[in-house]
Design a binder for this molecule. Structure first.
Ligand code: AP5
Length: 212
């Protein structure tokens, strides 16, 4: 199964992706996670992405297209994938189509997590993230020990792009560029809108229903 997760910043894509990959035994490919790792490692890609990400802007299409196209050829992604945070622009969606067509593959479902903006801001302002495994914690899903990741014992951080000014910029980027993708995929009948308000368990149940 080949899935795309669409939804605004803070909608819960990462949180739900961690559950879906366990359930369906498919790997997650989060361009945000790949870029954050590159920033942490100080690679040339990371140096280029760092200021853009911190201020809430998208990194250039060519960079993320390259990351995803390379991943599609890795053995891990042959039986399916969950794309989280990609595509985010129409040119990225077109590049993905071309890359998949070349490989005789296609997208089966586009999950669209819908959450009102006031709740997104509230969730992002309360989020702590593990810099190692990228697990997010919030008011409704706190870590067992305050400030420490349940999975690997790392000290949790606040992402630089969760500062209010960057959050505002990310929302604008989403509304002006990423939201257009709903129309892009709608004509193919693969968009599955899911109400993202409610507990993490409730949202997961709705996703499973949407996937049939
Ligand atoms: P990325 O990492 O993709 O960030 P994002 O899309 O802004 O999404 P988030 O990770 O902020 O939110 P999420 O929906 O995963 O929510 P989460 O599950 O954490 O991208 C970051 C940056 O990288 C971009 O701004 C850009 O610069 C760059 N980038 C990445 N991909 C790119 C691309 N393709 N093109 C160009 N640039 C790219 O949940 C949020 C909080 O809510 C958590 O605290 C969580 O615990 C809590 N929560 C989740 N679900 C619930 C619930 N049901 N009830 C209550 N709380 C909940």
């Amino acid at each position: 199964m080949n899935l795309i997760f669409l939804g605004p910043p803070g909608a819960g894509k990462g949180t739900q992706a961690k559950r879906l990959i366990e359930r369906f035994k498919i790997p997650q490919l989060s361009t945000g996670d790949v870029l954050r790792k590159a920033v942490a490692d100080g690679t040339p890609l990371g140096m280029q992405a760092k200021p853009l990400m911190a201020s809430g802007q998208l990194v250039p299409d060519e960079i993320v297209n390259g990351i995803v196209e390379q991943a599609l050829d890795q053995p891990t992604y042959q039986k399916g994938f969950l794309l989280d945070g990609f595509p985010r622009t129409v040119p990225q969606a077109q590049a993905l189509d071309t890359a998949l067509q070349k490989r005789g593959r296609k997208i089966d479902h586009v999950l669209l997590l819908e959450v009102p903006v006031e709740l997104l801001v509230e969730r992002l302002s309360g989020r702590q993230t593990c810099p190692k495994c990228q697990t997010s914690y919030g008011k409704d899903s706190p870590p067992k020990k305050p400030g420490i990741c349940d999975n690997d014992g790392e000290k949790l951080i606040v992402r630089p792009d969760d500062q209010p000014e960057s959050v505002r910029r990310r929302m604008v980027e989403y509304e002006t560029k990423t939201a257009l993708l709903t129309g892009y995929y709608k004509t193919r009948g693969v968009v599955r809108p899911v109400d993202g308000v409610g507990s993490v368990d409730d949202v997961e149940k709705r996703i499973l229903t949407a996937l049939g």
